[in-house]
Design a protein around this ligand. Sequence first.
Ligand code: HEM
Ligand code: SF4
Ligand code: SF4
Length: 523
Amino acid sequence: MNPRSVVRQALERVESGFDAAFGARLNPLYQLGALGWFFYWIVAVSGLYLYVFFDTGIERAYASVEYMTHEQWYAAGVMRSLHRYASDALVVVVLLHLAREFVLDRYRGARWFPWFVGTPILWLIYASGISGYWVVWDKLAQYVAVATAEWLDALPIFGEPIARNFLHESVLSGRFFTLMVFIHIAVPLILLLVMWIHISRHTHARSNPPKALAIGSLAALVVLALAYPAVSQGPANLNEVPAVVSLDWFYLPLYPLFDRYSGLALWGLVGGVTLLLALLPWLPPKRVSAAATVHLDNCNGCGRCEADCPYSAITMVLRTDGAPFSQQAQVDDGRCVRCGICTGACPTATPYRRRSELVAGIELPQLSMQSLRDGTVAAVEKLRGDTKVIVYACDSAAARGLENDHTAVVNVPCVGHLPPALLDFTLTRRHADGVLLAGCRRGDCAFRLGIDWTEQRLAGLRDPYLRKRVPRERIHCVWAGFDGRAVLLREAAAFTERLRSLGSFKPGERGPAGAPAGTMVEN
Ligand code: HEM
Ligand code: SF4
Ligand code: SF4
């Protein structure tokens, strides 16, 4: 196993622990991006409230913050603490989010875009947080402002050294201080714009955490705000150097280094890390197969593939081949992550077709519908057991070695790649007695929407849906992921037992009344 797989397995173990504690739907580790948005909004709303009472003039800034903190501790004081702690929480979830996308290898190939845009996001978050410490104008603000100005002065970009503004009380102008306050408002607004660009290529991006998680996170921040109110560290005084200040380690971890290393050396360090981070998707570049391809002869322009593609890689454009449809699908190769979810959505991906060659309106060239159907038939033909189970396993499921006398495995990039008609064909044509879908863990589909769309198609809630004639108790879904081997083995064995008791498929067979669309099991 390569080092990334080892770390991935360890990560999934930790996440399984969180699944047990919170349930998969509320697992915060699956919602880090959404929590980032949530904490951003808390910071924005609390910041707006504080701005009402904040005096942007240098003489009154400190006093106005003190007034909020002590005279209005129940309102502005709590808001100030919320503003501080939600900012800290934002850093924590974003760093975890970044690390997680890296470990799960979800940042290369066509996914370079959100990663690349994420790099300036980090700068903007830090710039927002650091400038926030200036505006309080206490001793910490003085320390941070002077150190930042000296650091900026190490670069030959400003004609006049900025640090000069902090030489003495009499030198710091109200105008310069107002500029500092303005930066603290402008940078978060730019951050919002870049956050929006960051998820602009995701359809149905998770930018809101589930309600219970949002309420729980907000409650935790309020408790923290009440238990440890954010306070200032005495008024700034440019006539003396602050002796001791306590730092916010989430935003200011580099500041102690300013005393030890030159400004230029630190620019080299920070610039080098930024460059490395931004270029990581190409170090090394991901080897990718061909993108999804549209076959116009079979495309009726229905737009389902566009609706289901999780990465906005499909657009409907004017018809070019003279066929009697107004539109046709068009794939942007650079955005396509090769998940195949579009094939699963296409109504022409039906294995029942009588024509010799089975070609769907949209397909992955490396796994055409024809090869998927033929592969399914060939795999089950080799089975010798009395009860035959076909397992369709995505690349993130631990299905290696699951094969035995009565179980065959067919690999697909994502369970969403499977058109419901293929499951129908496999069961009603009696190629297999049961179909097991093995995928990622719920809430963490490697291609974001594969599990959701599959469940909705099976339940008849999303086109194309599984026909009613298919007995639901012969379909079993196991969302156990890369580390879920034990669960998958256990579930496959139990499913085979259940199928054995059902006997072989009889046309017209129906599951128990109200039976769900396939049984779902989560790790
Ligand atoms: C304010 C900071 C950030 C917020 C609020 C945020 C939020 C999000 C959200 C909501 C998604 C979509 C998740 C989904 O719907 O599946 C996402 C995806 C992603 N983010 Fe961020 N993000 C932030 C910073 C970053 C940073 C700093 C990086 C890395 C440098 C990063 C890397 C990624 C990647 C690679 C994806 C795509 C994952 C995939 O394709 O499945 N993000 N982010
Ligand atoms: S789902 Fe199939 S038929 Fe419909 S637009 Fe896409 S490729 Fe064409
Ligand atoms: S394979 Fe299809 S659904 Fe997946 S990203 Fe490419 S075009 Fe979109």
